[in-house]
Design a protein around this ligand. Structure first.
Ligand code: DGY
Length: 330
């Protein structure tokens, strides 16, 4: 039973589901942010000073500076599969456990990646804006012609769980040829289940009719897609990014879209989000969504529950369900 006088202190950095907050409040002394205020880096430090744990969402940067200022901190539980907001080497050196929220969002995120790719290829947003603006006065033979998904070549960059789930949708559902590139090649049985063929990056860029980015962000993956890579793609190709901002050079992409170097793009993530590069707002052939790939109520609840379970298990037993770093034995 939790001792009232020595309850761990936990900060929940963003607004979360009330029922998840209630679970945390039943075992921890909680500082919460149900108003969902945006905290500056300095405010985040202030809110985490003297705290034992943090419930983070991927928006809060856990930096070396923060860790130095918050020596009591023992765990940061991210409500996101991505954890590029963590300075992981600094956390590990400081003995701070990091956790993420994988698996529970895989199928939902793959659904969205596929939807965004289809919306991009079939010009759903562009044509909707046209209609809402009152420009639709007659049918014409080439109005908003896009490109087919069925039978086309689906290229996937980053073949983790979400990449594989997108590949399965394309291969089994839409009869697509699937090519992929990844740091490591999948085992033959996994490749077969996704109907996917491994190719090098240049081949992927050259062959894909629809390229989907699903790789994690890191210093190495910064601007994986820039002007040089866009130049290798087909003029008829589409690019969909549901991975992370910074993987694509947004200024170079806006230029490529404006000059029709590629046909269209679908973007759920942006460099410096929630700011969006102004040039992307001014090109018609891009579908823009505000980082919602995992946003169904059921999935967001499962992500929040997993982050909360990691915190509760850590303070009850020292174990976590989904660690992203390994700490030296204490
Ligand atoms: C994730 O889980 O990493 C998604 O991008 C939502 O933040």
């Amino acid at each position: 039973m939790t001792n009232q006088t020595s309850r761990p202190k936990v900060t929940v950095c963003r607004g979360i589901f009330p029922e998840v907050l209630a679970q945390l409040e039943s075992v921890f002394d909680v500082v919460h942010n149900q108003q969902d205020d945006v905290w500056s880096a300095q405010e985040l430090i202030e809110r985490l000073q003297g705290q034992d744990g943090a419930f983070t969402t991927g928006s809060e940067r856990i930096s070396g500076e923060l860790l130095q200022a918050c020596p009591q901190l023992k765990i940061c539980a991210n409500m996101a599969v991505g954890f590029n907001n963590f300075d992981l080497p600094a956390m590990t050196a400081a003995g701070v456990q990091g956790t993420n929220a994988p698996d529970v969002l895989t199928e939902t995120t793959a659904d969205f990646g596929f939807a965004l790719m289809m919306a991009t290829a079939r010009r759903v947003a562009e044509s909707e804006h046209f209609l809402r603006a009152g420009h639709w006065t007659r049918w014409s033979y080439d109005m908003f012609c896009g490109s087919d998904i069925h039978g086309a070549t689906l290229g996937i960059l980053g073949m983790g769980r979400i990449g594989q789930a997108i590949a399965k949708r394309g291969f089994h559902g839409f009869g697509m040829k699937v090519v992929y590139h990844n740091r490591s090649r999948l085992a033959p049985d996994l490749e077969a289940s996704c109907g996917a063929q491994y190719v090098d990056k240049a081949t992927l860029l050259a062959q894909a009719d629809h390229l989907v980015l699903v790789l994690p962000y890191s210093a190495e993956s910064h601007h994986t897609i820039g002007a040089a890579e866009l130049a290798l793609m087909k003029p008829s190709a589409t690019l969909t990014n549901i991975a992370r901002g910074g993987i694509v050079d947004d200024a170079a992409l806006a230029r490529a879209l404006r000059e029709r170097q590629i046909a269209a793009a679908g973007l759920d993530v942006f460099e410096g989000e929630p700011s969006v590069h102004p040039d992307l707002l001014n090109v018609p052939n891009v579908v823009l969504t505000p980082h919602i790939a995992s946003a169904t109520l059921a999935t967001r609840k499962a992500m929040a529950q997993l982050a909360a379970d990691n915190l509760m298990r850590f303070f009850a037993s020292g174990e976590v369900l989904t660690p992203v770093n390994t700490l030296a034995a204490r």
